[in-house]
Design a protein around this ligand. Structure first.
Ligand code: AR6
Length: 190
């Protein structure tokens, strides 16, 4: 069973930069100016236009950097995805016990941006589970709960709920079969 919430969420092994969803999420850092892992791969595959927009965001809205848990949207440049949503995950054991809340905020705020832009599909990497050291079993619980709550909430009235319903595909991308298996053993979708 690799799909959840009536098929709206799927678990896939692959490279996030190859996903042809409307948006893909970047596990960025607060500088928004690139890094290793997913961040490096996205900037390499997407080209200079993404970095240009990130620089502009730093110069205008986030001179001090994008805070942990928040998200911003840029073009997808040369990627198959139209947009990249950049979010900054928590660094494990560096946030005085707020790590789970901050990781949940990454998923919630990224999904909210996708809905605001009227998108129908989004792909996520396993935010914070690489360089930022978040234990993948714990991250699976937090990510799945945050996604489930976002997709199934009734709040905001008919218009908000129609916009949320338009987001019909949430793809969770894992770089290796073992990391997908850890997710599948620990998620809280049901
Ligand atoms: N596609 C899908 N998953 C991937 C890919 C890929 N191409 N590459 C790595 N992963 P990380 P973080 C997996 O380190 O922990 C950067 O330098 C990887 O196996 O990319 O949030 C940023 O600039 C891991 O499970 O993100 C920040 O400084 C997961 O994606 C910092 O790293 C996330 O690993 C962010 O660290």
């Amino acid at each position: 069973m690799n799909s959840f919430l009536q098929g709206r969420v799927s678990v896939v092994v692959g490279d996030i930069t190859r996903q042809a969803t409307d948006a893909l999420v970047n596990a960025a850092n607060s500088t928004l100016l690139g890094g290793s892992g997913v961040d490096g791969a996205i900037h390499r595959a997407g080209g200079a236009q993404i970095l240009e927009e990130c620089r502009r965001l730093r110069d205008t809205r986030y001179p001090g950097g994008l805070p942990t848990g928040e998200a911003v949207i840029t073009t997808g440049g040369r990627l198959p995805a139209r947009y990249v949503i950049h979010t900054v995950g928590p660094i494990w054991e560096q946030h005085a016990g707020s790590e789970a809340e901050l990781l949940a905020a990454c998923y919630r705020n990224s999904l909210a941006l996708a809905v605001e832009h009227g998108l129908a599909s989004i792909a996520f990497p396993a935010i914070s589970t690489g360089a930022y050291g978040y234990p993948p079993d714990k991250a699976a619980q937090v990510a799945s709960e945050a996604i489930r709550e976002f997709l199934t909430t009734e709040s905001g009235g008919a218009e908000a709920s129609a916009a949320r319903d338009k987001l019909g595909e949430v793809r969770l991308i894992f770089f290796s079969p073992p990391s997908a298996e850890i997710f599948l053993r620990n998620h809280k979708f049901e």
